[in-house]
Design a protein. Sequence first.
Length: 451
Amino acid sequence: MDPRVQKTYEALFLLEDLREILRETSPEHKLNREQEERFKKILSELKKNLDEIENNEGDARIRYITDRIELRTKEEEFININPIQAGGRLTREGRKALIAYGDGYSICDYCFKPFRLDFIKRPPVHDFYQELAEFVGMDQARVVRGARRGFQIVASSLLKKGDIVLISSLGHYSLALAIESVGAIWREIPLNEKNIITAENTQKKIESVKEETGKFPSLIAISHIDYMFGNEHDVSGIAKIAHEYEIPFLYNGAYTVGVMPVNGKKIGADFVVGSGHKSMASPAPTGVLAVTDQFSKKVFKTTESSGDVTGREFGIKEVYLLGCTVMGAPLIAMMASFPMVKERVKHWDEELKKSNYFIRGFLKIRGNRVVSEMPRKHTLSRVDSTASFNKVAKKHKRRGYFLYDELTKRKITGIFPGTTKQFKLNTYGLTWDQIKYLTNAFREIAEEYGI
């Protein structure tokens, strides 16, 4: 481990040890002799630690946070091209928020009537929710426990047993499970020859379902960018077809909201679902569910029941959200990252330039292919090295793990260990220097093995 990385973590942990003493002695912070000695000892270690950071030296003293929970230093020590992790890297503000708001119900310090998360003004959750709706071009928004909970909330509020929902043939499993959980049925829209979901195929599937069942689908839910290829699908065209049949349309922006500009109403979406931990520089589990006013009362329906014995009522808690959703550190970190997230979507074109730069370099290696659509319209790509790196793997003593080993040696992580045929990667958020380093690393490996 790089000494500066190791020592930075040690310094952070030493500061937490100091913080613990301050918590033990609040509110007056009158330290007894044992606490005073402990405080001075920690300060002394911290000063030594800072000198080691400055001089880039020192032995590793900490490898685990606690028993069997090791330090995670991938983002400090490696170029991480993991397809699901790139857009969820926390901003520095997000990381600071985790430090300050890590305690359980920390967000509830100033939760007053009507006792609902989105009404909290300190910290400014109420304002954040309004900004979030505006950010995705919708009327109302809520933070939920991941995109999958967004799917489930829409399914629970909109569907009944036996209803049919059209999803992409590349739809995420959690969308299918959300539909199944309410007794509805999901049917797949086939891909075209380029692995794209089109408006034409959507219309054909609508008519097919009507002919087979005698009724139209109750919902159409499509990813703008799918997780298998990172291909862009015709969501605007599909939304238009959906509305011609008066079918609500759910826009799945798990790989778009937070990394590229999204305007739900312009697309024609009735619902926009996003993922905080995939694309909004937020910790898990966080996600976004935004709706138009037309569906807000249905999806964000408030409780109307009361206890038969006690007469208890639960104010204006939202039924399908089970009241308050994401609380404490994950929400605050999402809020802290949001200004940077709003800014970074303005630079999506630059991210695409970097993605395509890498892909062009990757394709210069003899035998390499890109399975995703070209040119790339997203930073998530599926590539094929069956005729290049996989040939090496067949003869290498480490078999398919050789590529993972070679990349790890060059401080690159994120591809699935043992994979040399097809794999996914995501270049989002890398600097130009990192992009060039990554491109050269694959070229060097190819040259080393005579590809």
